[in-house]
Unconditional design. Structure first.
Length: 403
């Protein structure tokens, strides 16, 4: 704010100007801060905005939390709640009222609880209590299920109802314990240790219904975490609602978002199993029918191939007769072919025989030694020769040689 405002002569401000000036001064001079107190005079307007006062033993301050801010809360404050508000100091100009504009709101003490939660979580994680390799598989068909919770809790009724619906034949053992308040963490740990020692169940559900962080805090205690980690049987944590996370969730072998979901995790679904059994029986029936039909067909094939010995002998006789006939036919045809070839050769030989040549008008000349004369160079003048004709022959003497 400028010093000129208070210089001489004084400037006269309207009420509106004054209130705006004060609002700007407050909002620019004081940063966002945390204020703790008790809620009183809480009003939820039709617009969705919340109006209330924060008070302690000696003072109070008006507050407003607009709809776009309170819509992100997962809980609804009520009259008398101890809270911690992250707020901007401001002024409602229309009435000149000093107020806090709330940016976020949490239950009182949650900051310390969150700090303790993160500290223990980091410690146990470093020790390896959350390691995936330490997580044990849940039994597919548990013979007996254990439940660690309060006998009066609605969560127990939800779990029992779910187990009865899914698999009513599984026995259930309840290890009763206090789940909230002073000393509850110790009783929860004792119940878990008792279930572990007795070792009469195949799986253990540790559960309770939803609530505030303070309500669920017993399941964030180290004694409970170590009891779960050392339990001899698999543990399913079903604490609070889906958005709630506790140390027990990280240590347990499986985390379920709700107690009902925990019951569903540990129990097979009878309806689903009966459906699968029906499908398996139908598939088995089809396979058996197919196998039977296949074997019947093979039997028919074998029966068709099975022949009486007498018929088989007759078939052999017929086959032998056919072979004999084929052999005889083959010999006859071969003999015929050879006869035909012999006749053809005989004809060729006869056609080429010297006598046949002589019959065509030729003659054959031989010297006294019987050598056939093919050329006049084989003869000499005065030599005696024999001339043969197709019919008869003559002897002659060479009187002259012509080249």
């Amino acid at each position: 704010m400028s010093d000129d405002l208070f210089s001489t002569p004084p400037k006269v401000l309207s009420v509106t100007q004054l209130n705006r000036l004060v609002r700007e001064l407050l909002e620019t001079s004081i940063p966002l801060l945390w204020v703790g107190g008790e809620i009183s005079n809480l009003t939820r307007a039709a617009s969705g905005h919340w109006y209330f006062s924060l008070k302690d033993g000696t003072a109070q301050v008006r507050c407003v939390m607009f709809r776009n801010r309170n819509a992100s809360l997962d809980w609804v404050p009520k009259e008398g709640d101890k809270v911690e508000a992250r707020a901007l100091v401001s002024l409602y100009e229309a009435r000149g009222e000093f107020q806090l504009t709330i940016e976020s709101l949490q239950r009182a003490g949650l900051g310390a609880l969150f700090e303790a939660f993160e500290k223990l979580k980091q410690k146990l994680e470093l020790e390896g209590l959350f390691a995936p390799e330490k997580k044990r598989a849940l039994p597919v068909f548990p013979k007996q299920i254990g439940i660690v919770t309060s006998p009066d809790a609605a969560a127990l009724r939800d779990v029992l109802t779910t187990l009865k619906r899914r698999m009513p034949g599984i026995p259930v053992i309840i290890y009763p314990t206090q789940v909230q308040g002073k000393g509850s963490a110790e009783t929860i740990a004792r119940a878990i240790n008792s279930a572990s020692t007795r070792n009469e169940c195949d799986v253990l559900i540790v559960c309770r219904g939803g609530g505030s962080m303070e309500d669920l805090w017993s399941f964030n205690e180290e004694i409970v975490a170590r009891a779960i980690a050392s339990c001899s049987i698999p543990v399913v944590s079903g604490v609070g609602h889906e958005t709630d996370f506790t140390i027990a969730d990280f240590v347990a072998d499986r985390r379920a978002p709700t107690p009902t979901a925990a019951a569903e995790l540990v129990s097979p679904d009878r309806t689903t199993m009966l459906h699968k059994l029906s499908q398996t029986m139908q598939r088995l029936d089809r396979q058996m029918s197919f196998g039977l039909q296949n074997r019947m067909q093979k039997l028919d094939t074998l029966a068709h191939r099975l022949i009486h010995p007498g018929e088989r002998i007759q078939q052999r006789k017929t086959a032998l007769a056919n072979l004999q006939m084929r052999w005889q036919n083959s010999m006859s045809q071969q003999l015929l072919r050879q006869q035909t070839q012999l006749q053809r050769l005989s004809q060729n030989l006869e056609h080429l025989a010297p006598q046949q040549v002589l019959k065509r008008g030729y003659s054959m000349v031989q010297n006294e030694a019987g050598t056939i004369i093919l050329s006049q160079r084989q003869l000499q003048t005065g030599e005696q020769v024999k001339i043969s004709f197709a019919q008869g022959g003559v002897e002659a003497r060479i009187t002259q040689l012509k080249p």
